[in-house]
Design a protein around this ligand. Sequence first.
Ligand code: HEM
Length: 407
Amino acid sequence: MAPPSANSGDAAAAPGEKNKLSPSGLPIREIPGGYGVPFFSPLRDRLDYFYFQGAEEYFRSRIARHGGATVLRVNMPPGPFISGDSRVVAVLDARSFRVLLDDSAVDKADTLDGTYMPSLALFGGHRPLAFLDAGDPRHAKIKRVVIGLAAARMHHVAPAFRAAFAAMFDTVESGLDASGAVEFNKLNMRYMLDFTCAALFGGTPPSKAMGHAAVTKAVKWLLFQLHPIASKVVKPWPLEDLLFHTFRLPLFLVRRDYADLTAYFADAAAAVLDDAERNHPSIPRDELLHNLVFVAIFNAFGGFKIFLPHLVKWLARAGPELHAKLADEVRATVPAGVEITVTSVDRMPLVKSVVWEVLRMNPPVEFQYGHARRDIIIESHDAAYEVRKGEMVFGYQPLATRDEPRV
Ligand code: HEM
């Protein structure tokens, strides 16, 4: 069923609704906010979101406009002409956000990137795991292989990280010696790709197999999927808005790069594919190969590429006292000369707490989406809201995890 398209009022209870209560006794209210004039309002909201306000202010200003309500009807970019429908119910506090973690309440098919779905041609014609709903039988099958792979490679994570980042810091040092300045985020991207591929599959890292072009190809492929929701990449902003947010970039421009990446993974992941062919014959080898490319580059590389700079940022801001305490904890847990492992990190409460805290302050995946599977009631801290079957629910995780007064 289509959601209402006009502003449906503020956070106060509508007449006749005063006595309706949610299962835990909260008053059920009409969802405040609205979608405005079709076509024009989604366009205007997109400019607010990317350029005039920024994501956080976009939501905070609307929360303030509706009396502090943190469940709101808003448009989400990119809007016309890429999104068929920009209308979402946004959940912007820790309590209401939980609905997006409830598989029985939301259907996640094709919602990974939000209100648009990238072309399947970007994935060899297959729909990768992260675009499948948990109820889809292919989801469980492919996920079993991915989780099995992650578990089997657990002991390779720390050594792969050490190797990739020792090489990165050597490059940082020689860059500082030569020119006095290095760009951490750029180097992080390059070595992070080596780390994720070595951790997952072992073998020759992409930078050795394909040279520096490896990371360029990976980032280009990500951009062709994510350009409708990317910003601050091209200047001036009106050009970026036209190039990235209005039409889909033509796929022939990235076909070659994706073919090269797939060829690399067909080789690097050959043992995983052979094993899966034996133990999970219902998943075609080609479908699994494209899934492994997606897991390695989108899920793993994409996640860590965003996360590590935030970790370094918060560590730098925290200052030498925290650095000294972290160093003491690591040295007390792992004797000098002994390899750090995932198991030993589990015995480092301060290290783990720093990582959790950075994930809380800057969740690398900021957006979560899902269609309501049925009519549902979403509870926030002091009110509840009815969402109809089929409506898109959207969560902006940084507001949910920094919901300071309530969490
Ligand atoms: C900092 C690193 C990472 C972060 C922040 C992160 C975050 C997330 C989030 C938030 C989702 C859910 C997306 C949604 O449903 O809307 C997700 C899904 C997924 N992630 Fe990660 N991830 C990270 C690293 C990894 C790694 C290393 C792997 C693989 C080894 C991985 C594999 C997956 C897979 C397969 C899914 C889809 C799961 C499903 O649909 O059931 N991720 N990730």
